[in-house]
Design a protein around this ligand. Structure first.
Ligand code: SF4
Length: 273
């Protein structure tokens, strides 16, 4: 993709959403880390449902550690893989308390050493908490980057490296959120909303969803006028039913040309009598 096209795509995404952010509810860096860690292989909605009941009870490493694995499970039961995630979250809290004084470490190696934290989660924390221009690649971003041509790649890491290398610096901080939201709500996996997509003309995807044909409703004024003119022309043509002798149609309804009942009409009325 040409650099100018890439810039144009980000400009449009920024114009549509100047201050993008995550949909995971949080009020502190630690809450964000917990929410992102829980969001692996599950929806933000189910994570928010869990953290809404967990965080009022425990929103620090020490408090969650005090719950223990079994005490934590009931709070995050709505999240997929909650058994494993309960163990990881307790391990994560223990490590934060024992090695980092209960605070989030600001380097990739320490973050990725936390149980349940991989490269994607570390990138989000480095970006959102520590202001680094890392770009986390999830399933939505992987799809959008490949379809549009922004950063084609066979693996999330390839896409990430390409995005980091080719995203203009002014967009790098927010690129993750723009692309994830675009993939979640517009460029969806099954049926991308190409006809209404704001970057349709810049996107290089060759199998764009076609626009729907307009429904066949009531004809517009112009169509009605044309239809009316055609009808008038047909009526004025020699031999049209409108130009035939008036008696023929009247006879078909059982009336004589002269105005009295026709033969068949008279026969019917005699039978009735
Ligand atoms: S035009 Fe279609 S394929 Fe391209 S980004 Fe938009 S929704 Fe996705």
């Amino acid at each position: 993709m040409h650099a100018a096209t890439r810039t144009a795509i980000y400009r449009r995404l920024r114009a549509a959403n100047p201050a993008p952010t995550t949909e995971l509810e949080h009020h502190s860096p630690f809450e964000l880390l917990v929410a992102v860690m829980l969001s692996a292989h599950t929806t933000d909605k189910s994570v928010n449902a869990a953290t809404r009941i967990l965080f009022p009870v425990a929103n620090t490493p020490e408090a969650i550690l005090a719950l223990g694995v079994e005490g934590l499970k009931p709070y995050i039961r709505s999240v997929g893989l909650y058994n494993t995630k309960s163990q990881n979250l307790i391990g994560l809290c223990r490590q934060l308390v024992e090695r980092h004084g209960g605070r989030l470490p600001g380097d990739r190696a320490s973050l990725e050493a936390l149980p349940g934290v991989g490269r994607k989660t570390a990138n989000i924390i480095l970006n959102m908490v520590f202001g680094q221009t890392e770009i986390a690649v999830d399933t939505h971003i992987f799809r959008v980057a490949n379809r549009t041509g922004l950063a084609p790649g066979k693996t999330p890491r390839e896409v990430e490296d390409s995005l980091v290398a080719n995203t203009p610096p002014e967009f790098r901080k927010d690129a993750h959120h723009w692309l994830i939201l675009h993939g979640r709500y517009v460029c969806t996996a099954r049926k991308p909303a190409c006809p209404t997509c704001i970057i349709r003309d810049l996107c290089e995807y060759r199998h764009k969803t076609p626009a729907k044909k307009p429904p066949r409703g009531k004809p517009g004024r112009l169509a009605r006028a044309i239809r009316g003119q055609r009808g008038a022309r047909a009526r004025n043509m020699p031999g049209s039913s409108a130009n035939r002798a008036p008696g023929r149609r009247a006879t078909a309804r059982g009336l004589d040309v002269s105005g009295g009942p026709s033969v068949s009409g008279r026969a019917r009325s005699l039978r009735r009598k």
